[in-house]
Design a protein around this ligand. Structure first.
Ligand SMILES: [Zn+2]
Length: 252
C-alpha cells in the first residue's frame, strides 16, 4: 500500500457493522439489493447460563434478519447467525447477545434506525421512501422510526433546556385515500443560530393545524414557552415565514 492513510478494503468496516458487533462472512449482491451474512463478535463469553451460571454447550444457530442502512441506493439486508446454547445443568436455552446490533425484537439494525430517522427528519423522505430504501413494510419502518425518535430524542427530559429558537415544519406522513396525513416536526434551531452545531429534533406531533402546535406550546412550561422564538419552516403553511414570537398561523 503506497499511502499509509489507506488500509485494505473491509466490507464489515465499510458497512459500519463493526460498530454493531458484527462481522460479514458472506455476501449476495443483486440489482435489487445486497444481502450480507454476519456472525456475532462476542466481547465476552456468552456461553454461561442466564439462570444458573453453569456453562452451556452450543446447540445450533438461528438466523436473525435485520434491515440495515442502504448502500449504493439499494436495500442492504443482514442475515445474522445467532448461536444458541443449552445449559448442561438446568436445560435452559439462550441465544448469543445481539443487543449491540439491534433493539430486542427489532427488524432494523441500530444503524438502519438512525439512517431512517435522519432521512425522515433531515432529508424529508416520506415513510414510504424510507421503507423502500430499507426493504421493509411501511408499518415496520413507521413503528421503528417513531420508537427510535422517542428513544434517542424525545425521551431526553433535558432536551428543552437550552432551546431559544425553535423551528416548526410539517411533513406528509402518509398518503391515504381520504387525504394526506401530516406530522408537525418541532426542531431546536438554537445551535444553528449560534453556529455551535446542527439542529435537534424536539418533538413530533400528529396533525398539521395551527391548533396542534398551539396546544403543544401550551403544554410546555410557561417560562420556557414565553422566551422562545418560533420560526415557521419549509413545509409549515404559516401566513408569516419570518421569525415571530407568536404562534405561526396557517394561511388556509
Ligand atoms: Zn442453567
Amino acid at each position: 500500500m503506497a499511502d499509509a492513510t489507506f488500509c485494505p478494503p473491509d466490507l464489515t468496516v465499510f458497512c459500519r457493522l463493526d460498530d454493531l458487533g458484527l462481522v460479514v462472512v458472506g455476501q449476495r449482491v443483486s440489482a435489487t439489493g445486497a444481502v450480507l451474512v454476519c456472525r456475532v463478535v462476542e466481547l465476552h463469553d456468552d456461553g454461561f447460563c442466564r439462570r444458573c451460571g453453569a456453562h452451556g454447550t452450543a446447540r445450533d444457530s438461528v438466523t436473525r434478519r435485520l434491515a440495515h442502512e442502504p448502500f449504493g441506493w439499494r436495500p442492504t439486508t443482514l442475515l445474522v447467525r445467532v448461536r444458541r446454547y443449552r445449559c448442561a445443568g438446568c436445560a435452559h436455552v439462550w441465544r448469543q447477545d445481539t443487543t449491540r446490533a439491534a433493539e430486542p425484537r427489532s427488524r432494523l439494525s441500530r444503524a438502519a434506525l438512525r439512517w431512517a430517522l435522519v432521512a425522515l427528519v433531515v432529508g424529508h423522505l416520506t415513510v414510504a421512501r424510507v421503507a423502500e430504501a430499507l426493504g421493509v413494510a411501511w408499518d415496520t419502518a413507521n413503528d421503528a422510526v417513531l420508537a427510535e425518535g422517542h428513544r434517542v430524542l424525545i425521551g431526553d427530559p433535558t432536551r428543552f433546556n437550552a432551546a431559544a429558537v425553535i423551528g416548526v415544519d410539517e411533513h406528509v406522513w402518509r398518503h391515504t385515500r381520504r387525504g394526506d396525513k401530516y406530522v408537525t416536526v418541532i426542531i431546536d434551531l438554537t445551535p444553528v443560530r449560534d453556529g455551535s452545531g446542527p439542529a435537534r429534533l424536539l418533538d413530533m406531533v400528529a396533525g398539521r393545524s395551527k391548533q396542534v402546535f398551539a396546544s403543544w406550546l401550551a403544554a410546555r412550561p410557561k417560562a420556557w414557552a414565553g422566551g422562545i422564538e418560533v420560526v415557521a419552516m419549509d413545509g409549515f403553511t404559516a401566513s408569516s415565514p419570518r421569525p415571530s414570537r407568536s404562534c405561526p398561523t396557517r394561511s388556509r
